[in-house]
Design a protein around this ligand. Sequence first.
Ligand SMILES: [Fe+2]
Ligand SMILES: [Fe+2]
Length: 309
Amino acid sequence: MARLLFAAPVLSVIACEGEEEGRCIPFDAREERYDSREKLPDGGAPTSADCMLVCQRLDAHRCVASPAPTAPPDGGEPYPPHTACYFTVAAGCASDGRRPEGLQATRAEARCALGTHFARMAWLEAASVPAFLRLAEELKAHGAPRELIRAARRSAGEEVRHTRAAAALARRHGATVPAVEVAPFTSRSLEALLLENAQEGCVGETYGAMVAGWQARTARDEQVREALSQIAEDELRHAELSWAVEAWATERLTPEARQRVRDARLAAFQELEHRVASEEPEAVLVEQAGLPSRDAALHLLRGLQVLLA
Ligand SMILES: [Fe+2]
Ligand SMILES: [Fe+2]
């Protein structure tokens, strides 16, 4: 892992260039899902014919209603009636954090690509804080070793620092960070925790750590290099925590559930690979923020694939 993290070329000394005035990148790029428990304005349960009424405020483009409780595959508590709202959010963020379940979509408004990028990064870092606090609580509830619980709590504190660092970068580019809104957490099974951990931690944070390490080496902007080198170090520990959580918890699952977690990890990797392969970051983000180009990102992904094999 450390070898991959520091595989980025050593930064050559190049004069710092500012971003062109007024350049903006489109914010929307990939489809995300948010499970809403809201009822229709008349108090009725949404159906697939009218569920857009509850998904509208998310700018959703489609929805699927589950009007009756659904049983989770591992036989835990039934998931209450809900409406899956599908909406699009930005792609290409460098350090996608650990997104908590129920994270509500938002838009980072900025007049330039760097502002949008850092505002979205700060928003994701902020969203990682409740994700780790919940992880710590759930690990405790499931009787996990104290070291894992402590590491999850410490990670929440580190995400607070990341938020501050990314928000400072966003402010420098005239952008403000949107507020994080997360739907209230409900109890869930160990398998549900691990499915999220596979996607957000083993894939998301591990890749995020690699990209942050790359940025720390290649960004032209000195403040970005400084912030990202601390973030990369922390994110590497968060990635390790995800793998440690999985290693501890999988022994407690049935072989079928274990296979589902493995499948979720591979599916998350394939989704990430598809996203990375289908986008080329703006040149200004590659130069100033050190984001890997499409080819460089695919190279980093090969390293992640080795870990997932
Ligand atoms: Fe972070
Ligand atoms: Fe993290």
